[in-house]
Design a binder for this molecule. Structure first.
Ligand SMILES: Cc1ncc(COP(=O)(O)O)c(C=O)c1O
Length: 336
């Protein structure tokens, strides 16, 4: 499938087919494709590339100030997870990770080790770091293993099919981490920035909270936010940053992120309302992180773009948070 144009909630393919987009580009286009404010912000930038850890553009500094907590910026979502897990290693001196069945944290080796999808892990099993202790999602993991540096958890599991844990699950994890002196890493890369109707889901319990996807309005940028006071200090490891990337803090991505942080809070009520309409139409999940049984190719044939999820028997909807009532009706009608 080749995209030729994307605007708002609609995509035109290179072969001329017009689709209603319920993917939002895997949840990235929270404010809709080609959002005019974001396009304008990109045009205005006078520095357009990053310079690793050597220099920040002014807009990168402004973004850091707009984030609710001190943060270490990354490029991809997986990168924010890597920062969070390394923070746990640095803070505790331990290397064990407690992660959950059905979790998706990205495909770099460290994030992949924590990911619960066997088909992603298996080809690289010989190289995966660990130990990783896997537990059923939504259940009390029990006392943590002695080597546990952290627990990593999605507040709602995204890729495995919008799985919402029982109430109180995150609080149980908080208690288990406190008992064991381990960090609680909340991976809100999919669920965060409005997707489930909250800006920072899990912020009440997290030591480190990861966001990505929607943050850059379409450009790659992520962040690991340090909710435990002083945690950022574990990264004072010498004169240079020993975990960095050439493109980290890219000014165009930061300019978009400032707009995302301004605009998404205005949409949270709307996300919850539209989420209820998905619920009534038989989609489970929370906010606009939704899934149901189905085949994504059947949906495509009806002119609606959705993402395959879980073991492939589910379809997932993560539309722009700006989806209109008319677009919603059209999607439900076409999908049947
Ligand atoms: C919860 C979660 N964490 C991490 C990632 C990895 O993000 P990226 O694909 O940008 O590396 C994803 C991607 O889908 C995700 O859903």
């Amino acid at each position: 499938m080749i995209w030729a144009r994307a605007e708002g909630c609609r995509v035109t393919l290179a072969d001329g087919r017009e689709l209603l987009d319920l993917t939002g580009g895997f949840g990235v286009a929270a404010l809709g494709h080609r959002n005019p404010r974001i396009l304008e912000a990109w045009r205005e930038q006078e520095v357009v590339h990053a310079l690793g850890d050597l220099a920040d553009a002014e807009v990168t500094v402004l973004l850091r100030e707009a984030l609710p907590r001190p943060a270490k910026l990354g490029v991809t979502g997986e990168d924010a997870v890597e920062i969070a897990l390394r923070t746990a290693l640095l803070a505790t001196g331990r290397s064990g990770i407690v992660a959950f069945e059905g979790a998706y944290h990205g495909t770099g080796l460290l994030a992949l080790a924590a990911t619960g999808f066997e088909r992603f892990r298996e080809p690289f099993a010989a190289w995966l770091p660990g130990p990783v202790h896997r537990r059923p999602y939504g259940e009390d993991p029990g006392p943590l293993p002695e080597d546990a540096a952290c627990v990593i958890v999605e507040p709602v599991q995204g890729r495995s099919g919008s799985r919402v844990p029982p109430d109180g699950f995150l609080e149980v994890l908080r208690r288990r981490c406190d008992e064991a002196g381990a960090l609680l890493v909340v991976d809100s890369i999919y669920a965060g920035l409005g997707r489930v109707g909250e800006m920072w889901p899990g912020e009440e319990v997290a030591d480190v909270l990861c966001v990505g996807k929607a943050l850059g309005g379409g450009l790659p940028i992520s962040a690991a936010l340090f909710y435990r006071d002083g945690l950022e200090d574990v990264w004072q490891l010498g004169p240079e940053d020993v975990y960095t990337h050439t493109h980290v803090g890219n000014p165009l991505a930061c300019a978009a992120a400032r707009i995302v942080l301004e605009e998404v809070p205005k949409l949270l009520d709307r996300v919850r309302t539209v989420g209820e309409r998905f619920e009534h139409a038989g989609w489970w999940g929370r906010g606009l992180l939704r899934a149901r049984d189905g085949d994504w190719e059947d949906a495509l044939a009806c002119g609606v773009l959705v993402v395959p999820a879980g073991d492939g028997s589910l379809i997932q909807a993560t539309p722009p948070l700006t989806i209109t009532d008319a677009e919603l009706e059209e999607a439900f009608e076409k999908l049947g």
